[in-house]
Design a protein around this ligand. Structure first.
Ligand code: ZN
Length: 54
């Protein structure tokens, strides 16, 4: 049986590459600013957050 985890975002987004280390091990965070055209991503490798165009 398969369970759906409601905390997992299953949108088919392209992987975002970390601008610091080039890794694709990044997680999108929920934007809190007024600029909705950008999204905040967090790199799991170098533990840096960065902005990317949505
Ligand atoms: Zn990185």
């Amino acid at each position: 049986m398969r369970r759906l985890d409601p905390s997992v975002d299953i949108e088919a987004d392209d992987p975002v590459t970390c601008p610091y280390c080039g890794s694709e091990e990044t997680t999108r965070e929920h934007p809190r600013g007024p600029s909705l055209c950008k999204s905040i991503h967090y790199c799991n490798v170098c533990e840096e957050s960065f902005e990317a165009m949505a």
